[in-house]
Design a protein around this ligand. Sequence first.
Ligand SMILES: *Cc1c(COP(=O)(O)O)cnc(C)c1O
Length: 370
Amino acid sequence: MTSLDDLPLRPELRGRTPYGAPQVPAAHRLNTNENPHPLPDELLADLGAALGSAALDLNRYPDRDAVALRADLATYLTRTGGQPIEPGQVWAGNGSNEVLQQILQAFGGAGRTALGFTPSYSMHPIIAAGTGTGWVDGHRAADFTIDPGAAVAQLREAAPDVVFVTSPNNPTGTAVDLDTVAALYEATPGVLVVDEAYAEFARTGTPSALTLLPGRPRLVVSRTMSKAFGMAGLRLGYLAADPAVVDAIQLVRLPYHLGSLTQAAARAALAHTDALLATVDAVKAQRDRIVDALPSMGLTSVPSDANFVLFGHVADASAAWRALLDRGVLVRDVGLPGWLRVTAGTPAETDAFLTALGEIAPDHRTTLGD
Ligand SMILES: *Cc1c(COP(=O)(O)O)cnc(C)c1O
């Protein structure tokens, strides 16, 4: 059998493992932060019609610049972000992961570095490796927040070409305040990417970095339809930035990267934004229910603005993960000692999770500060 070692693989990819949560069968899959609510019936009907009519033109390449879709996305961001966004400021791809990859292709690459504040989204360093971009781990405080003074000092010293700030952060859940984002922007000559995959779940009063875009041409805000919109299977992510950033991405994007069916489906979905986002409050209620239930089990959590909760302290994260799985509940072991991450979904899923956690907590918890 040929192994990777037998292939002339790029040296920096040797020994790496592909991204991926274990896809193990479980009654309750609370490990990948999807929205469990089914799509609204009215959208399903429209999707069929939209895809049918897009199919008539499948002999032709799609709109290379996805002009109509970007206009719809700009309308959505303008409506919810507290900031007018023009279609020329928006770029869309097959999931925000593709958009992030395009950003690194344009602004990172060989001889350049990206910095992200770990623990954070594990795909950022993986996309950096894939684009030949060096990676620097940014520091967080013990409570997983970004200390602005320390972060600014680190950026001045490391001078990365691209900085990632995930807000709300995955896997810890907490949003980063805009003063910190603005200070980080000033501290770097590079591109600052605020990954807002979970923005729609933020607690009331948490503003989006979209409001910081005017006058900051190196600031990029990335979003996705995979989480709050409940359309992870669609693969549609996007960014908002200065139009010059969009021009830069055009230099590296593959021609016709976003298929006509994807563009049509995304536009149909955006026409039902209100119905799609109607589940967000219900999911937030389940998140808060999880947070509120933990102390009575002798457990704690990190404040969450997302659709998941990082909970602890468990003595052995992988043993606790296994004990929950044995009870039919699949959560995520994100590799942080003492912590596990659970996705907030339906009330029934929360019931199952809290029941299982209540059973295992006495054997698996550790005292605070251990
Ligand atoms: C889930 C997630 C994404 C979404 O990626 P898509 O490619 O749009 O599905 C992006 N960033 C973070 C931090 C995430 O957790």
